[in-house]
Design a protein around this ligand. Structure first.
Ligand code: NOJ
Length: 582
C-alpha cells in the first residue's frame, strides 16, 4: 500500500485502552453539563441509523432484504451504539419507487414479511433500547392504492377528492413539473373519467389531496395505528409539498428551477402540520422529522420552532445539494452553508446532520475520496464531521463500513425510477446518453442502495439468491466481518465516535463557532457548552493541509483522531480528523 496511510489507526485507542484516565472526569462533567442544559430532548441526543430494508439483509433468498433479515442483525445494530433506526418504507407497495408508492398503509410489503415480523422487529429493537422511526409517505400514494382505484373510477365516487383532478373539458391543465416523469409533466390523463390527475413524482404516485379534511383524518388515523403499536417517530416524506393552491395558478417560466419555492409553500401547509400535532403528534412522546423544509433557514424554522407545535426537526438540502455533486467542490463555501444554517437555529429549533441517504450517492464518494489509499481515512473524517456538528446525526447504513458508489456502466444495471426515466427523457430528446451515464456514476441514487457488505462470501453475505441490485465488487475487502477484526477499521471508528458523542453533551448542544473560514483544505470549529470547549479539525483534502486557528494545541488534550499517529500540530495528514478538548 502507498505512502503513510498504511498504519491507519487512531488515537481512539487512547479512549478504549487508556480510557480510564480521560473517561472519568468526562463522565462526571457530562452529568453536570447535562443537568444544566435547557430544552433537552431524547431525539436531540439520539444518533439515528438509517436502514434501507431492501438492501440490509435477506433472510429468504429472494434477493430482497426483509424484516427477518433485520431481526437477525439486531445485535449488530446494538453493537453500533446507535439510539434509533429510521426504516425506509416497508408498507405494501408495487415498488415503482422502492416503497415510496404505498398501496396499503396498514400492511407490510410481502417482499419484506408480515405484520408479525414487524411486531417482532419492533420488540427486538425496543428490548435493545433502540427506537424505531418509520417513513410516512403521504404527499402521494401508489396508483394501486384502493383510494386511488376508487377515486379514478367515477367523478362522483366518495374517494374522488382524495386526489387532485382536472377535468378535461376545462382544457389542458396549468403546467406542473414532475420529478420523475419521463416528460417532466405532473399531470396524467386518465381515460375512465376523462380527467387529469396530479403526480409531482412518478405517474404511479398520484398526489393526495390534503385540502380534503376527510383525507387528512384518514392519514391521522393511519399514523395513530402505527404509534399505538409503539413506533417512536416519523420521517415525513416530501411533506413540504402537501398543501396545494387548488386553483393551480400559472407559475412564471423557469419556476421548476426553483421548485421548492413553488411547491414547498402551499397555502395551508402549516395549518395542516399544526392540526396533525393537535390530533396526533402531541399525544405521544415521539419525534418527527420533515424531509425538506422550504428553501431558507427562515422557512425551515417555521417547521421546527417549538412554540409553533409542528415537527421536532427538519433536514435541509442546501448541505447535500452543495456543489451539485461536483467531486471538487469549494470547501469554504460548504463551511458557509453549514455555518449559516447552524447560526439560524442557535437559539431555537433543531436540525438534522447528514451527508448521505437513499437519495444520495455514497458519502465518501461524494464528499471525499473513495480510492483505496484514501477511502478509509476519508470515511472516518466525514463521520467525524457528522458526529461533531450540532443537530441530530442521521447516519446511513453501510457508511459505517465506508461503502462506496458502485458506478454502473449500463442503464440495465439501474433499478431506480429516477435514473431510468431520466435516461428515457434524454433518449427521447436525442441527448448525449454517454454523458448522462457518466454523470449518473457520480450522482445516481442507486450508488447508495447496493446491498450491505456483510462478508466476503458470495453476494457479500447479503443473500443466498441473486440480489435485486448488484453488490459493489469491493465487498471482498470492504465488509463487516473483516472490519470487526480490525480495531482500526472504519466500523470500529464509528463505534468510538458514537460513544464520544454520548460522553460529551457539548457535541450535541454546544455552541458552534467556525474558525479559519477561508482555509481551502481544512474545516475547523469549536463546540462549547458550560465552560467545556472542544476543537474539531478536519482535512477535506488528499494532501497535507495546515489549519490556522490561533489555538495553542500544546495545552489541548486529544480525544480522538483517525490516524494511528495523529499529527501534533495544525498540519494535518490527508483526510485527517482530530478532536481536542481545550
Ligand atoms: C423523497 C424520498 O426520500 C425519495 O426516495 C422518494 O423518491 C420521494 N420522496 C418520493 O416519495
Amino acid at each position: 500500500m502507498q505512502t503513510k496511510l498504511l498504519p491507519l489507526v487512531y488515537i481512539a485507542l487512547a479512549i478504549s485502552l487508556a480510557g480510564a484516565s480521560c473517561q472519568s472526569p468526562v463522565t462526571s462533567n457530562m452529568q453536570a453539563a447535562a443537568d444544566s442544559i435547557p430544552g433537552r430532548k431524547w431525539w436531540k441526543e439520539a444518533i439515528i441509523y438509517q436502514l434501507y430494508p431492501r438492501s440490509f439483509k435477506d433472510s429468504d433468498g429472494d434477493g430482497i432484504g426483509d424484516l427477518k433479515g433485520i431481526i437477525s442483525k439486531l445485535d449488530y445494530l446494538k453493537s453500533l451504539g446507535i439510539d434509533a433506526v429510521w426504516l425506509n418504507p416497508i408498507y405494501a407497495s408495487p415498488n415503482f419507487d422502492n416503497g415510496y408508492d404505498i398501496s396499503d398503509y396498514y400492511s407490510i410489503s410481502k417482499q419484506f414479511g408480515t405484520m408479525e415480523d414487524f411486531d417482532a422487529l419492533l420488540k427486538g429493537l425496543h428490548q435493545r433500547g433502540i427506537k424505531l422511526v418509520m417513513d410516512v409517505v403521504v404527499n402521494h400514494s401508489s396508483s394501486e392504492n384502493e383510494w386511488f382505484r376508487q377515486s379514478r373510477s367515477s367523478r362522483s365516487n366518495p374517494y374522488r377528492d382524495y386526489y387532485h383532478w382536472w377535468n378535461a373539458e376545462r382544457g389542458k391543465p396549468t403546467p406542473r413539473w414532475s420529478f420523475f416523469d419521463v416528460n417532466s409533466n405532473a399531470w396524467k390523463y386518465d381515460t375512465p373519467t376523462n380527467a387529469y390527475y396530479l403526480h409531482y413524482f412518478a405517474q404511479q404516485q398520484p398526489d393526495l389531496n390534503w385540502e380534503n379534511q376527510k383525507l387528512r383524518q384518514e392519514i391521522y388515523k393511519m399514523m395513530r395505528f402505527w404509534l399505538d403499536k409503539g413506533v417512536d417517530g416519523f420521517r415525513m416524506d416530501a411533506f413540504q409539498f402537501v398543501s396545494k393552491d387548488t386553483s393551480f395558478p400559472v407559475f412564471p417560466p423557469g419556476y421548476e428551477k426553483d421548485i421548492i419555492r413553488y411547491y414547498g409553500a402551499g397555502p395551508h401547509l402549516h395549518d395542516y402540520i399544526q392540526e396533525m400535532d393537535r390530533e396526533v403528534l402531541s399525544k405521544y412522546d415521539i419525534m418527527t422529522v420533515a424531509e425538506g423544509a422550504g428553501s431558507s433557514p427562515a422557512d425551515a424554522m417555521k417547521f421546527v420552532d417549538p412554540s409553533r407545535h409542528e415537527f421536532s426537526m427538519a433536514y435541509h438540502f442546501e448541505g447535500v445539494g452543495y456543489g451539485n455533486y461536483a467531486p471538487d467542490y469549494d470547501l469554504p463555501g460548504l463551511k458557509q452553508v453549514y455555518s449559516r444554517w447552524d447560526s439560524s437555529f442557535e437559539s431555537k429549533g433543531w436540525l438534522s446532520i447528514f451527508l448521505g441517504n437513499h437519495d444520495q450517492p455514497r458519502m465518501v464518494s461524494h464528499w471525499a475520496n473513495d480510492t483505496p489509499p484514501f477511502r478509509d481515512m476519508a470515511s472516518k473524517m466525514l463521520t467525524t464531521f457528522i458526529m461533531t456538528m450540532r443537530g441530530t446525526p442521521y447516519y446511513y447504513y453501510g457508511d459505517e463500513l465506508g461503502m462506496t458508489n458502485i458506478r454502473f456502466d449500463n442503464i440495465e444495471d439501474y433499478r431506480d425510477i429516477e435514473t431510468i426515466n431520466k435516461y428515457r427523457h434524454v433518449k427521447q430528446l436525442h441527448g448525449d446518453l454517454k454523458q448522462f451515464l457518466a454523470s449518473r456514476k457520480i450522482s445516481a441514487r442507486d450508488n447508495g442502495r447496493t446491498p450491505f457488505q456483510w462478508d466476503s462470501t458470495a453476494h457479500a453475505g447479503f443473500s443466498t439468491g441473486t440480489p435485486w441490485i448488484k453488490v459493489n465488487p469491493n465487498y471482498k475487502t470492504v465488509n463487516e466481518v473483516s472490519e470487526e477484526q480490525d480495531p482500526t477499521s472504519v466500523l470500529n471508528y464509528f463505534r468510538q465516535i458514537v460513544k464520544l458523542r454520548k460522553d460529551h453533551p457539548v457535541l450535541v448542544y454546544g455552541k458552534y463557532v467556525l474558525l479559519d473560514k477561508d482555509n481551502p483544505g481544512i474545516y475547523a470549529y469549536t463546540r462549547e457548552l458550560n465552560g467545556k470547549k472542544l476543537l474539531v479539525l478536519l482535512n477535506f483534502k488528499s494532501k497535507a493541509a495546515t489549519a490556522n486557528t490561533g489555538i495553542d494545541l500544546k495545552k489541548a488534550t486529544l480525544l480522538l483522531g483517525n490516524y494511528v499517529s495523529p499529527s501534533k500540530g495544525e498540519t494535518l495528514q490527508p483526510y485527517e480528523a482530530v478532536i481536542y478538548q481545550l
